[in-house]
Design a protein around this ligand. Sequence first.
Ligand code: ADP
Length: 453
Amino acid sequence: MKKLSIKTKIALYFTAFMVLLSLFIFGVISLISSQSQSSNEKNTLQRVVLENAKEVEYDDGELEYDDDFHAYTSGVYTLVYDENQTKLKGNAPYDELSELTFSEGQIREVSVSGTAYLVYDFHHSDTDGPSLLLRGIIEKNSGAIRIDTILTASLIAFPIMILVAAVIGYFISGRLLGPIRKISDTAESIGRTGNLKERIPLGQSQDELYRLSDTFNNMFERLDKNFMSERQFTSDASHELRTPVTVILSQCEYAFEHAKSKDELYEALGVIQGQGYRMKRLIEALLRFTRLDQQSDQIHLELRDISSLTEAICHESPDIYDKGIQLHTEIEKGIEKTVDQELYTLMLGNLISNAYKYGKQGGNITVRLYRIDHADKGGKVGLSVTDDGIGIALMDLPNICNRFYRADKSRNEGGSRSFGLGLSMVKEIATLHGGVLNIKSREGFGSEFTVEL
Ligand code: ADP
């Protein structure tokens, strides 16, 4: 049973159910027909005796039988006796039956030679003379032939019904479970080929299996997207690393083959060192990303005074690009929020660093922290970093948070420190805290990055 397919099991259950149902119906039919037959026999017996009684009477002291008197009709024997119980007319199938002592008014069951009979005695006083006694006798189950016919018919019909039920059950379950086979075929094919682009074909009827297939398809789609983005990430990361390595190798070749003076060698070494630092920064950024991915299900959330934390981060973010930019803060006091301190610092640090990187010479940066809905605890909080730098072109805005995406213009501004990883990390950290990142920017005027937590 364990190894049977669901299709076969359903067909078997269906057939077993049909067998039980057939037995039940057969039992009920037999019971009802035997009961109605026995009450039919009693009715016939009484009816024939009473009808015959009307056809017997005295005429001038002479006992006369009308033409309608039937000593044997409808399976009923009618016997007539005088008051002394001497038989005057009629014959019973056995003498024992005609000699039975009278018991008036009730129907008795008497067995003779293994056959059961019903016997009914009637005291007939309305005879224009002395009373008469009438006895009716009918063989019990004389209509049993009808039950036998039903039984035989049932014994032929029920196995055919059960066979048909089994075939229909097998066919219907096959049709109903077709989508499950499609699901398992697709899953098996994906497992074999690794092609997450495959989808389970959806049928017409929007039933549970349709929803299950749809759920699987959505899952395949998400997995496919994740794998694609992982693949893209690895490819982009390799690409980013290949550029400095190429520069380093070509500088080495140049130095070996063409550098004649110490100054030229130093110049090549300077370029190599610069590319080395760039690789180091990129590797650090990649490591941070990997850690962030690994941490995503175990971030250390704690209730923190983020007003003080924000103040401290701003204080410790120097203008490393030496652009003479002023950093201002507008921080509401005493805001508490459940955050992972390390990730919060990384997030705000990235936004401030970008504001310096893409800020204008002698420009301004403002960091704001404020309550959005003024609820005491658990209310929403806004954290924004605004600059008056180069801004972001409208066409770049939709992709600006994608990993390794850099607006063309900022490649020069960011120089060797720009990898296009910062904003996607900020977005991911905001999401990990149940928040969102909103960006407003105008090219040439500046940008505002707001994280709602
Ligand atoms: P990176 O700064 O290393 O390039 P980010 O992910 O932090 O990477 O930023 C992605 C891109 O978004 C940048 O290359 C730049 O084009 C744009 N950008 C980010 N912050 C700003 C900003 N404050 N002003 C203008 N452009 C910005």
